[in-house]
Every structure is written in structure tokens, then in C-alpha cells.
Design a binder for this molecule. Structure first.
Ligand code: ADP
Ligand code: MG
Ligand code: MG
Ligand code: MG
Ligand code: MG
Length: 443
């Protein structure tokens, strides 16, 4: 591993780190912190830091609330910004219960469990390259976020010299300072919308990186008097924010998705993996698109997928195979959005793919026409199913998919399902502006 316990203690001392944040992620994807003064770092590194799990939404019952935080030493980073002149570092932690077992309600530990299943199947890793999109909005005079975009620039618009662009550049620079390899960043299709993609890594590291990325984007945006949001669809009539997941499996340092003897350069394992991704697509949608608002993106067209199909060519289906081969051979899952808890989404995607490999599920033929231009009848002939259209139907599909339930584990599945069902009920009981405009005078 990159850092030893002693390295970290030495660096903390020499860099004058005053506080350390012990971070983990709750079931809904929110980053939680237990902050300790540097004097307690040694204890924390030995896994002796405790917190009250009952204070975390959906974590544990009161009577079993003592939890331990075990830091992953490789995640040691000193934040490249100061808080009131003091330097703060962070360590991402796994949550353990009082008996010293990984806590089953901890999304990161849960992902590690699914990764282990993959290793038992003989793979060394799933590489994951995520492409999170987000919006930068202006703050009002009181410092509250608005939905006024940071700019009015368009896709790859060189003329859009504005705060949004400076801000995006600063986010990238900060990420690099924290050890990210930023591959590219650009303005996306909607006003104020940005994408920053960074180099793929193994399943757990990539998920950690997504959490760090969100924290950095929000922190830096504030400095530019902007608000970074990962809400999937903040603007009516404009594209929403997606988070494509590029995935491949590796064994002995080789990408097993690539087969130089195949007509298309794609291995059997890849075809099975993709077949699993298609078969469980309805099941993992609630996990990968967890908000009521997620479905407003999926339903709106633009580049968001509505249908369960794959293509080597066009960008309308759920799965695309980018044209590069060799080590970069990968499947791109296009339905996810950045409001997903990355640990849960990654566990669900990995499990779905592995299930396809395990059962040698047959991959359907690709759909290279634009699915949006096909009639319902044509889609029926080709056997193209829809993704769930609301959080409600997505939860129903999750309830019918025991493979995705297993990907979450019992504890997380129950908490997630109950919590999201409540969210749907709360939303459904609202009387919206749209309804009043539409119905109040008409009826
Ligand atoms: P797009 O053309 O879809 O906009 P991007 O360049 O924005 O693609 O992002 C591609 C992502 O795929 C990056 O995160 C990159 O590191 C990742 N990637 C490249 N090769 C692999 C691979 N073999 N497995 C998984 N991800 C990969
Ligand atoms: Mg991209
Ligand atoms: Mg792109
Ligand atoms: Mg994009
Ligand atoms: Mg993409």
C-alpha cells in the first residue's frame, strides 16, 4: 500500500495538519465526517475511533449503535484548502461493528464484499471510469443557490470565458493536486453544465474518487460564488446530468473484454457481462437513478437512455461500446446519474455483469438504428424494453430482482427500499404548480 501508519503520522506532523476528517458514506450517498484533532490520529489509525451509528439516518438501531471507523491508509489526503488558516486531512474509512466485523449497512464495506465475489471468479479487478456531469448555478445575495446558470455558453464553446469556466479549471487543478489524473473537462450541452472525467481505477477507488470529486466541486464552486449541483435534472427543457459508467474486467493485468480474434474485438466474457447488465437494468435503475428527479432526466430524451439495448455505434441505448479496443475495450452504461450513491451503484453494476458471466447469459443483437425514431411496434419486434419511468416503477423492479437485492445486502436493501418508498409517497402527495396551472381554472 501507498502509505504506512508511520508515513501518515510523520506527514501529519511535518505538514502541520491540525484536524483529520474520518469519512464514510451513508446509504443515501451523503458523506459523513467524524473530525478528530491531530493528537488523536494515532488512535484513529489503529482503528480505535468510535462513533454513534444511531445518529446516521438508516444506519443502525439504538441498542447497537457503537461503531468503529477503520481508515483505509491509501486514502490519506491533505485538503489543498485551509479552514480558518488550519490544515485538514481526510481518511476514508470502513465502518465496523462492535464485534469487529464489517458493518453490513456500510456501502463501502458492502462494495468490497461484491468485489470479493468477483475475485473468487478469478478476476483481479473491475476498472471503472465515471463521467459525472453537473451544473454550476449562481448564488443569490444571501448566498443561497439559484437555478441561474453560471453562463450561457454551449457545448465546447470556446467563447464562454466566464466564472463557470474558471471554476471548472480550478476544480480540475485541485483534483490533480489531490492525486487525480484528470483526463478531460468540458462544457456540456445545457447552460452552466460541466463534465470532468478522470482516469479509471478499481471499483472501490473509483467510488471513493466520485465522493471526493463531489466534495471538491462543491467546495471550489463556493469560492466563485457558485453552487455545484449533482441533481440530475434541475432545468426544464435542457439536458439533465448523467454519469456514464465505463467498465471492464481485468485478469493478470490484461483487459479480458478484449479478444483480438473476435470479429468485433469483443470477448465472450464481455458479451455475457453486457447481457447481465441488460437483464438486470430494470432492477438496478432505482439504485443508479435514486431520486424522483432522476426520472425527469431519463424521460426527457437528449442523450439519456430510455430503452434497454446496446449498440457499438449510436448513443441512444443504455449500453454503448466505445470504438477503442485493446486495454481500453469497455462497456459504457449510460443510464446512471450523479445523484447515485457510487458505492451502491458500483456494487449493483458489478453484480449484474458478473451474474451474466456466471450464467453465460446470451447477448441480444445490437440495435444500431436510433431507437427514438423507432415506433413502439418496431421496438416490440426487436424486443426492446423500457427502463422504469418513475422512482415508483423502479422500486417495483428492484423488488423483483433478487440479484440486485443481493448486491446491496439485506440491511442496505431494506433501508434503501423503505427510504425511497417514503420519498415517492411524499412526492406523490404534493400539489405542484403544474397541476394548479393546468387544472384550477379548467375544472
Ligand atoms: P466519452 O467519450 O464517453 O465522453 P470520456 O473520455 O469522457 O468518454 O470518459 C471515458 C472514461 O473511460 C474515462 O474515465 C477513462 O479513464 C475510462 N476508461 C478508459 N479505458 C477504460 C477501461 N478499460 N475500463 C474502464 N474505464 C476505462
Ligand atoms: Mg465524457
Ligand atoms: Mg461525452
Ligand atoms: Mg457527457
Ligand atoms: Mg460517455
Amino acid at each position: 500500500s501507498e502509505y504506512s501508519r508511520e508515513d501518515i503520522l510523520r506527514i501529519a506532523e511535518s505538514e502541520n495538519v491540525r484536524f483529520v476528517r474520518l469519512q464514510f458514506t451513508d446509504i443515501l450517498g451523503t458523506i459523513k465526517n467524524v473530525e478528530i484533532p491531530a493528537s488523536q490520529l494515532e488512535k484513529a489509525l489503529d482503528g480505535e475511533a468510535m462513533f454513534d451509528g444511531s445518529s446516521i439516518e438508516g444506519f443502525v438501531r439504538l441498542e447497537e449503535s457503537d461503531m468503529y471507523l477503520k481508515p483505509d491508509l491509501d486514502t490519506w489526503v491533505i485538503f489543498p484548502w485551509e479552514h480558518n488558516g488550519k490544515r485538514i486531512a481526510r481518511l476514508i474509512c470502513d465502518v465496523y461493528d462492535i464485534d469487529g466485523n464489517p458493518f453490513e449497512g456500510d456501502p463501502r464495506s458492502n462494495l468490497k464484499r461484491v468485489v470479493k465475489e468477483m475475485e473468487e471468479m478469478g478476476y483481479e479487478g473491475m476498472n471503472l471510469g465515471a463521467e459525472p456531469e453537473f451544473f454550476l448555478f449562481k448564488l443569490d445575495r444571501n448566498g443561497n443557490p439559484t437555478t441561474e446558470p453560471s453562463d450561457e455558453g454551449g457545448y465546447f464553446d470556446l467563447a464562454a470565458m466566464d466564472d463557470g469556466e474558471e471554476c471548472r479549471r480550478e476544480i480540475s487543478r485541485t483534483l490533480e493536486e489531490m492525486g487525480f489524473e484528470v483526463e478531460m473537462f468540458h462544457h456540456e450541452n445545457a447552460p452552466g453544465q460541466q463534465e470532468i472525467s478522470f482516469k479509471y481505477a478499481d471499483a472501490v477507488t473509483s467510488s471513493d474518487n466520485l465522493q471526493t470529486f463531489k466534495l471538491v466541486a462543491k467546495t471550489i464552486a463556493r469560492r466563485y460564488n457558485l453552487h455545484a449541483t449533482f441533481m440530475p435534472k434541475p432545468l426544464y427543457g435542457h439536458p439533465g446530468s448523467g454519469m456514464h459508467y465505463n467498465v471492464s474486467l481485468f485478469r493478470d493485468g490484461q483487459n479480458v473484454f478484449y479478444d483480438e480474434n473476435d470479429e468485433f474485438g469483443l470477448s465472450k466474457e464481455m458479451r455475457h457481462f453486457m447481457a447481465g447488465l441488460l437483464l438486470h437494468a430494470r432492477g438496478y435503475t432505482a439504485v443508479c437513478n435514486p431520486l424522483v428527479n432522476s426520472y425527469k432526466r431519463l424521460q426527457s430524451g437528449f442523450e439519456a437512455p430510455k430503452y434497454i439495448a446496446w449498440s457499438g455505434r449510436n448513443r441512444s441505448p443504455l449500453l454503448r461500446i466505445p470504438s477503442t479496443r485493446g486495454a481500453a475495450t469497455r462497456a459504457e452504461v449510460r443510464s446512471l446519474d450523479p445523484s447515485a450513491n457510487p458505492y451502491l451503484a458500483t456494487a449493483a453494476i458489478l453484480k449484474a455483469g458478473l451474474e451474466g458471466v456466471r450464467n453465460e447469459t446470451e447477448l441480444d443483437t445490437p440495435v444500431d438504428e436510433n431507437i427514438y425514431e423507432m415506433t413502439k411496434k418496431q421496438r416490440d419486434v426487436e424486443n426492446i424494453e423500457d427502463l422504469p419511468t418513475t422512482l415508483y416503477t423502479a422500486l417495483k423492479a428492484l423488488k423483483e430482482d433478487t440479484v440486485i437485492q443481493e448486491a446491496l445486502g439485506k440491511h442496505i436493501y431494506k433501508q434503501f427500499y423503505d427510504n425511497k418508498t417514503l420519498e415517492w409517497q411524499m412526492y406523490s402527495s404534493q400539489i405542484t404548480e403544474w397541476e394548479l396551472d393546468e387544472y384550477l381554472t379548467q375544472h
